[in-house]
Design a protein around this ligand. Structure first.
Ligand code: PEP
Ligand code: MG
Length: 324
């Protein structure tokens, strides 16, 4: 399938109306990195770090992790890699950590919540990122932040890791960006100071959508019940885009929907400029974006919304079918 898109691999993801989009890839293994070249992705917008923890029978050592992260940074050459801290707990239990029995694991003690309450593992991981970056830029984001204070606490841990590295006399990252995933609806309504405090935000659409519609992403009975192009959800995304624009907070979208061409085109039409997806989706998404006029598509979405439809998908599909 990648061959089909080889001719546009090195071309920009620029729409018919001249809007430049940035397409990044999601990764989670060293073995994913060659896809940066082959897919034409401009960087890694989401590096999930769970796998290195899940494949071991005991807690990985800091040196092991920093070696892996350093190899990832090297393999990416000059492209940006956004590392996400461990998103684990509840349903994804590490065999060497005590499991807690929770009635609703997806709403439970996971990700940054664990990192704040029991900071040992998160500290070790942050130290590993800092050690790996050594003189190069570093980008880190925290998953599942639900209120500003959680970000403030997590970022303070990052500052501690940097200070520790400085005292030890190791080279610090050349520059550092610390952001949050926006995957709980609460963050869309966070105080202005939150939008100023983060260096960037990345919408975790998989979780954001599950919490927005209160529909479990793992439950076959409901997981396809609500459309991403549902008017309520699109309007919600637009509000997030507007808040980020008002605060000049860089925003990306890294959930699975970013890799679906129709969804991706609609995200671009409502103002998202950076999308991160599985490598195989870069070609198809770029191909559609390059043949789409965002102003026209925006008008189609607007018109459909005015008529009171539940989802703009049928109208968008009809428009795209004519154009593509
Ligand atoms: C998301 O929630 O959209 C996301 C990118 O994170 P994950 O799928 O790992 O929860
Ligand atoms: Mg998520």
């Amino acid at each position: 399938a990648q061959e089909r898109y080889a001719s546009i691999r090195d071309k920009p993801a620029e729409t018919l109306c001249g809007q430049r989009m940035t397409l990044m890839m999601n990764a989670g293994l060293m073995a994913d990195l060659p896809s940066l070249e082959s897919s034409g992705a401009e960087g890694v917008g989401l590096f999930r770090t769970e796998l290195q923890f899940l494949v071991r029978s005991q807690m990985p050592k800091r040196a092991e992790l920093s070696n892996i992260y350093a190899r990832v940074i090297e393999a990416a050459k000059d492209k940006r890699v956004c590392f996400r801290t461990l998103d684990i707990g509840s349903d994804k239990v590490l065999p060497y950590m005590r499991a807690v029995d929770e009635p609703n694991p997806a709403l439970g003690w996971r990700a940054v919540r664990v990192g704040i309450d029991k900071p040992g593992v998160m500290r070790m991981q942050l130290q590993a990122f800092v050690r790996a970056a050594a003189g190069r830029p570093l980008t880190v984001m925290f998953p599942f932040v639900a209120q500003r204070e959680e970000f403030t606490l997590a970022r303070a841990e990052m500052d501690k890791a940097l200070e520790r590295e400085r005292i030890l006399g190791h080279p610090l990252p050349e520059r550092i960006e610390v952001g949050a995933m926006l995957e709980t609806p609460s963050l869309a309504f966070a105080p202005d100071s939150f939008y100023d405090e983060v260096d960037f935000l990345s919408i975790g659409g998989n979780d954001l959508k599950q919490f927005f519609f209160a529909a479990d992403r793992e439950n076959e009975l409901v997981r396809r019940r609500y459309d991403t192009l549902n008017v309520s959800f699109l309007t919600f995304l637009e509000q997030i885009v507007a808040r980020c624009e008002a605060h000049k907070t860089p925003l990306s979208f890294c959930g699975e929907d970013a890799g679906r061409p129709v969804e991706a085109a609609c995200f671009a039409a409502i103002g998202l400029r950076v999308l991160s997806m599985r490598p195989a989706s870069i070609g198809p998404v770029k191909s559609v974006l390059r043949r789409t006029n965002l102003r026209e598509l925006k008008a189609v979405i607007e018109e459909a919304r005015q008529t009171g439809v539940m989802s703009v998908r049928p109208a968008v599909m009809e428009y795209l079918k004519e154009k593509l």
